[in-house]
Design a protein around this ligand. Sequence first.
Ligand code: BMA
Length: 833
Amino acid sequence: MKSVTLDNWQYKASDSDKWSNSKPGDTCEIHPDLEFNGEIPPLFEDDNERHLQWIGEKDWEYKSTFQNDGGFSTYQLIFEGLDTFADVYLNGELILSTESMFIEYTVDVTGKVKEGANELRIYFKAAIFIARDLEKKHFKALGFNGESSRMQIRKAQYHYGWDWGPNYMTCGPYRPIRFIGYDYKIDDVYVKTTIKSDVVDVEVESDIIADKDLTFNIEVTDPDGSVENHKATVHKGKNSTKFTIKDAKLWFPFSHGTPYLYNFKFTLVDDKVVHEIQKKIGMRKVELIQETFDDQEGTSFYFKVNDVPIYSSGSNWIPGHSFQTELTTDDYEKWLQLMVDGYQNMIRIWGGGYYEQDVFYDLCDEKGILIWHDFMFACGQYPGYKEFIDLVSEEVRTQLKRIRNHCSLTVFAGNNEDYQVAEQRGLTWDKDDLSGDYSKTNFPARTIYENTLPTLMKKYLESVPYHPGSPWGGKESADPTVGDMHQWNVWHGNQEKYQDWYRLGGRFVSEFGMEALPSRKTYEQCITDKTELYPQSYLVDFHNKADGFERRLALYVIENIKVEGLDFDSWIYATQLMQSECLGYAYRCWRREWRGDKKRYSSGAIVWQINDCWPVASWALIDFYRRPKLAYYSVKRESKPLGVGMYRNQWKKPDPNLDVDQKEGAPFDYREVHYNIDIWGVNSSLTDVEGELKVDVYNVTTGEVLDSFSENVVMKSNQTTEFVKEFKITNKSPVVVYSRVVKDGTIICSAADWPQPIKYLKFPDREVKITVEDGQVTLSTNKPVKGVEILLENDNFIHDNGFDIFPGDGQVVKVNNLKKTDVVKINYYQKGY
Ligand code: BMA
């Protein structure tokens, strides 16, 4: 077998004769190519997006040549991804017409390919016009984000613009195109594993192309490097080879063990090796547990890996760039390492992007990150006519076959929020109708989510759970007691206070979020007119695509944070501190509800969103240039294997002379408010941890310690342990409660609970001291300090930021590559008091 990946591409507009060289590499998209050659201004700068819409309204052509040295009986061209409507010509002859960006197309070109040089030319039609024609022919779909015709075509939906991304309708051969020649081939290989304690039954399903029996060798290298060989005779078509692996090292997410991988080398042998494939395989069993409770409504929703219940703490992942050909292996490596460094064990590939590049899945396997994978439908009313379902089925068949050997795949969901669109836009959705064919209703895509996709999952990837949508479950998709939910009543919806996250949680919150601006450096990189660098400027606003963002950002900042000023730096800090407080709050409240067997009331918090696809103010924890916002760190602190949680309960004494109904909610109920605190510990490790809980209660304004106590605690493994119930705190002064668990003289986890909202607090006479050494910064303070931000001139990775510090417990923060001589500045909440 010989394989050649096409490169050295050239492109031109269909109405021009001038060919230009594409960016070097084997994959292309038209926008980056035009930018590369200076034919357009930088795509992400200023408001250039507004002036570059014409690119998506044109047809474009690509061409490349490849060499055929001959010598084989069969030749194929494999198109891993063409975006989207393409006519493909081999030496002038039409060999393929495509309609889906998500299908991997294979074309037999035996007899069509010449010996020597061959030319491949691809004509890409402007998808936007085809989608609009389809919409006229079929129906005008309802949805959120992008134009309504997007639902008619199988193209990454965020190309239409989203509430965090620009509208760039690109095209091109965005995934590799391979020319292969062979006599015999392993067409497909699928490793199925069945875990029985430490013995694993392995079945290798292979699909062989050959006209005679051949030898099939499987060389298995275990994580320690020992090698085992298995040999079989295989014939044309499907084959099954079975063996067992003893004392298997099982794959676990990094949060609960080691992500061990085995290397499988498959060789097909005639008189010599004719084809070889290698795959990294993790041995694991994954289950979605939806069981009833003895004492609460609904059902659980959590994952077990190798029988271990897993609390999922993680992020939603949108495409890492508006143009995915721009992403390198190094980018993926760094993004996914940020997940691991932030203790986030689950990443959700959201349905408005694309099936990820191979390297994404490879790295999740390697690093031990669980993947929640949506199918590629988002926020819309999709068609359900036969040709559309056939197209989707082919997409799913080719994609599942490509990725199904990856052990990090944990669950597939049918779509993102399409049930929510159906509910909110009044589509017909008779939940008792389980006929499986809804093509005649105005919610035709139910056929896809409840019939087509589960059938294909059963056929190609039965070992991974399927869930019809995200969110899905219960009487409606927002049901907090069944299935997953997207909690957008903070920010969107009725704009609840984030202090109320506690009652807004559910069994598994797969989306919730809060916006913040990225750092000043990020704006300086994408805005050329420096007079525009202020919070309300046209260009700063242009780099925010969220509906009503001005009102919502202002609402949450003004409700919670004392703003130092409306200059750029103060506003950026205020939005970031607010986002950090808001999201930390959510993780803390919900993780408490992971209460052990039969009491796993809340089992996952997946924040919207970890990344951006261009420089923008969004819900991202980390901006496009990979600069973490403060919220990345608050989520990190709440996701650590060991943690302390606190919740401040408040109540008022009943007054027999007061008609509370009349007063409640009004600003004139002046009864005294009383406070007490619950304190608990969380431990996601698989062993109990003992320590000493130490609690100090400070007057925030004076820094005086008003109360202290300590007690021995045991943090039970893989669940929450309640430590202290309703510890009374004074209401005579604003107090912060600082708790930590100490083991062998070291603080193993800590947290602070501040009076809410923090805008009313005062922080006079703070003295924060900072020492810079190679690799670390040490901070100490005379009185409690909130939201300390370390600021560097360069982008060296800081391991913690935006934290609180207390007298006596200085903070040591690691900073990669920090030199003693580097300039390190700090900022903290109300520093300028
Ligand atoms: C969600 C997502 C996205 C969107 C985000 C923020 O519901 O599924 O569609 O970007 O909200 O509005």
